[in-house]
Design a protein around this ligand. Structure first.
Ligand SMILES: [Zn+2]
Length: 64
């Protein structure tokens, strides 16, 4: 069974969060990807009551 699309997105996001956490937003292309991914995720999953956004929100908050 192919991995679920949201799992792939989560992995990507976690990778980018890790990078920004470690490098402190150095401004490289990965930092920019993170900024884009974050705003997209907030736009897509930003509605209250979404379980997925609650799962990733703590990580986003830490990285911001
Ligand atoms: Zn960077």
């Amino acid at each position: 069974m192919a991995p679920n699309e949201s799992d792939i997105l989560r992995e990507q996001l976690e990778y980018l969060i890790e990078h920004t956490a470690r490098e402190g937003r150095c401004g490289c292309s990965e930092c920019q990807r993170y900024g884009r991914a974050r705003s997209i995720l907030l736009e897509v999953f930003g509605e209250p009551g979404n379980a997925k956004v609650r799962e990733i929100e703590p990580s986003l908050a830490k990285a911001a």
